[in-house]
Design a protein around this ligand. Structure first.
Ligand SMILES: Cc1cc2nc3c(=O)[nH]c(=O)nc-3n(C[C@H](O)[C@H](O)[C@H](O)COP(=O)(O)OP(=O)(O)OC[C@H]3O[C@@H](n4cnc5c(N)ncnc54)[C@H](O)[C@@H]3O)c2cc1C
Length: 528
């Protein structure tokens, strides 16, 4: 891939800066329209927001409450398209809104019926009012006193980092060149002042190289303003960062495949408790922050809020020491001009295509769920801007890498879709490769080899945070797995002991940030 990028003499039709959901979606769209495409990612793919979502492919019940019907309808359509094109990664999860007041059942019953109607042909399953007994059958761990019943509805769930890798693989299958650890460090302009390419850097060799492009697309999410300033140092900011945290608990906090949705928390948001890879993910928050960063830390008040709200609904209230991992993401919200809403939770989740005077095309905002529609819109604009050959978007019907029906029947490797068979074959090459890396998680050694050979994993963190999800599921287990992962990677990549030592030190420092912090007053430890 690096050779392809460095040795190319003619301009790329499209250079995409940013390897998160948005950039990967644009690369798939552009490459599948037959446009020559290069994607540059500064860190690892998905290092920023796109591996830190709540893992929902959804219309957004909350946006329905805000009256944003077109956003909800668009997202519900995309939810249906994504499940059709990546059935190995997106599946239906039943959600129950538990009702403790007399008015909640009719209120949420009607609201969720509207949600069903808006989904139309893309519906996942009908919502239904549940009796108290039916609610407890689905959610045996729910707090029982005062419970009147519930409303069940359906939405989609996925593994965000895995879908991202499969989108990048799809783009590569259509001829795109994609690079991680390769930042765009300069945006180049021609004599007319219009953008004509970028200077990129291969971080492993510190070698810089020049790339020509008809259109440069800025898909750098929370870093979009920083990238715009590469082209125009005086570009006024449009991004408003806001962070959200998730606490990961043992699967026993939900027992079963049904999620809980709390439509009105004390801060006016929605809280989810969702079964994910055998664990329970609880979140999220919406806290405005000053500046974007790659490893945002949870605020103490956010941890307290999520634990307290979950405790109001669960018969066995989660305590700080039950938390296996804490992960935090930053929303790339856009505020264009004027005085809009003052709280970040009220800022629109619609996407924005913005073209600066230099011709830099920025795509920002939106949601993981709507990445495909965002990409279609972006490439339509790019074709006009760069006077590229007009070719229609084909992604509505495009199967995503790994496509396979009934993936769930294939066991622990289901998220790999059709690649699972190849990983299983790899595991058969030596008994060592079929072994789990830690008893508390299903990841096997063959996945590490696969990640290095086929998925461009370069560091222990890439494998443990995003090719497998160990760090996000159980930070202590990930720490235990790290030495074996480093040794497997070093053998595969031809690295020495110094590389192993450096990787382990870096990973230990990182994983410490995913462990639940001690209570500031009691110093209560986390003992798992
Ligand atoms: C807490 C939280 C929960 C969420 N939950 C959901 C959900 O359940 N469902 C849903 O649909 N959406 C959800 N979202 C929204 C969704 O995650 C985001 O909209 C989406 O991931 C944004 O993707 P992105 O590609 O725009 O940004 P990012 O994933 O941040 O990608 C931008 C990339 O650009 C790279 N970059 C920056 N500068 C450069 C440079 N100079 N050169 C090269 N690369 C560069 C960065 O390294 C980064 O990887 C959630 C968001 C948050 C924060």
């Amino acid at each position: 891939m690096l050779q392809q990028a460095m040795s190319r003499a003619e301009p790329f039709d499209v250079v995409v800066i940013g390897g998160g959901a948005t950039g990967a979606g644009v690369a798939v769209d552009a490459a599948s329209r037959g446009l020559s495409t290069l994607l540059l990612e500064r860190e690892d793919f998905g290092k920023a927001t796109s591996s830190r979502s709540t893992k929902l492919v959804h219309g957004g019940v909350r946006y329905l409450e805000q009256g944003n019907i077109s956003l909800v309808m668009g997202a519900l359509r995309e939810r249906g398209i994504l499940r059709r094109n990546a059935p190995h990664l997106v599946h239906d999860v039943p959600f129950v809104v538990p009702n403790y007041s007399w008015w909640e059942t009719p209120f949420y019953g009607i609201g969720l019926r509207i949600y069903d109607l808006l989904a139309g042909q893309y519906g996942f399953g009908k919502s239904k009012i549940l009796s108290r007994e039916e609610t407890l059958e689905r959610l045996p761990t729910l707090r029982q006193d005062g419970l009147r019943g519930g409303v069940i509805y359906h939405d989609g769930q996925f593994d965000d980092a895995r879908l991202l890798i499969h989108l990048l693989a799809t783009s590569a299958d259509h001829g795109a060149t994609v690079l991680n650890y390769a930042p765009a460090v300069e945006i180049r302009k021609g004599p007319d002042g219009f953008i004509c390419g970028v200077v990129a850097e291969d971080r492993e060799s510190a070698q810089r190289f020049t790339v020509d492009a008809s259109v440069v697309i800025n898909a750098t999410g929370i870093f979009a303003d920083e990238t715009r300033r590469l082209a125009d140092p005086s570009a006024p900011p449009i991004m408003v960062p806001s962070q959200g945290i998730h606490l990961v608990l043992d699967g026993s906090f939900l027992r079963g495949n049904t999620a809980i949705m709390v439509p009105h928390t004390s801060d006016g948001r929605v809280l989810f408790a969702i079964p994910w890879h055998g664990h329970t993910v609880v979140g999220t928050t919406d806290t405005p922050i000053d500046a974007p960063s790659y490893e945002p830390r949870p605020f103490e008040h956010e941890i307290a809020f999520v634990l307290e709200t979950a405790s109001e609904y669960l018969s066995h209230p989660p305590r700080r020491e039950d938390v296996l991992s804490v992960f935090v993401g930053i929303r790339p919200l856009v505020k264009l001009t004027g005085a809009g809403p003052t709280t970040t939770s009220a800022l629109s989740r619609d996407h924005t295509v913005h073209i600066d005077d230099s011709g830099l095309l920025t795509i920002a905002g939106g949601k993981w769920t709507t990445y495909r529609h965002m990409a279609e819109d972006t490439v339509d604009h790019a074709i006009m801007l760069g006077k590229l050959p007009e070719r229609p978007c084909v992604t509505r019907e495009l199967k995503i890498h790994g496509y396979i029906e009934n993936a769930a029947t294939t066991g622990d490797l289901a998220v790999y879709g059709s690649d699972a068979e190849l990983i299983r074959a790899l595991a058969l090459e030596s008994p060592r490769l079929g072994e789990p890396l830690d008893p508390s998680l299903p990841s096997i050694a063959a996945e590490v080899i696969w990640a290095v050979r086929e998925e461009m994993a370069r560091t222990v963190e890439d494998v443990l945070a995003r090719r497998t999800r160990a760090l996000f599921l159980n930070a202590r287990a990930a720490l235990r797995m790290a030495p074996a992962v480093a040794a497997l990677m070093a053998a595969e990549m031809g690295r020495d002991q110094a590389w192993i030592d450096g990787e382990l030190a870096r990973f230990q420092a990182l994983a410490a940030q995913y462990l639940p912090p001690l209570h500031p007053e009691t110093g209560e430890p986390a003992d798992r």
